[in-house]
Design a binder for this molecule. Sequence first.
Ligand code: BJW
Length: 261
Amino acid sequence: MVSIQIVLALSNIMALTDVIPSDRPLRVAVLTGAGISAESGVNTFRGQDGLWNGHRIEDVATPEGWIIDSEKVWAFYQERRRQLKDVEPNSGHLALSELEKRMEAGCFTLITQNVDDLHERGGTENLIHMHGELRLVRCEVCEHKFEAMDSKHLENDEFISCPECGHAKVRPEIVWFGEMPFKMTELQRAVIDCDLFLVIGTSGNVYPAAGLLGQALSSGSYCVGFNLEPPLNVDLFHEFHQGLAGELLPLFVQELIDIMM
Ligand code: BJW
């Protein structure tokens, strides 16, 4: 049983109240990582049962690994793509989509490092997948990108060919180490412009995602973290809430909605 501990709770309600602008709607940006999907049954990366267990990162999450042994890499992602139908959004995902519904249009951006589809299935609309999406694949030759989630795509580990140019092998639409994350300009704009930055379920190991907290802080945003264990950059938060995202987020979002009303 994991207890919920709120560190720096003293600043909680008062500071949040101060964050609401008096002359315009509140702007919120959120960064999520593997921890928010853990309670849905999706493994995290660096935990005890982490996804890398049994796999060297260089083998399955680098462009070099793909060149050396694309069968192995494809099988690794096919297994995770098949797992998507067995998992459901949890109360953490739902709390964030509830928050988005209560905000003015254009004032909420959710940036996720996760490649699962649980935020969109939980109802979030303004969503950026900075590390890609398991549902999508991309042709190595013509760059054609498409969703490949039919049973014919998932029933075995055979490569999928490109419907546009006929090339025999598409790759997962995933950002591997050494590759540029997607939509960097758009997501950095949302972080720099926000009043409130929420960071949930990420260990702070991987850049540039981990650096967004420092950028939000430097541009004057109020920064709140939620994680099972203190992440590497825990010292930068104004408030850090330790515990399960699925328990902490519904409470925090309700508190924020009450303040906004
Ligand atoms: C719970 C919970 C619950 C559990 N409730 N919490 C030095 C400085 C800067 C950069 C570099 C550097 N050295 C190397 C780099 C570059 C490299 C990098 O960061 N390497 C580090 C390992 C050092 N980065 C890159 O290569 C990136 N590209 C890049 O830098 O391009 C150049 C560039 C330059 C300048 C600007 C912009 C770009 C690309 C990174 C791609 C990351 N890809 C992966 C794999 C995707 C494939 C796949 O999914 O298979 O993305 S790595 C993996 O880590 C995955 C994740 O999205 C990412 C982050 O992991 P996350 O989400 O933090 O998971 P965990 O497991 O680490 O943490 C989970 C947390 O949840 C834990 O803390 C738990 O306690 C907690 N938790 N249950 C709340 N219920």
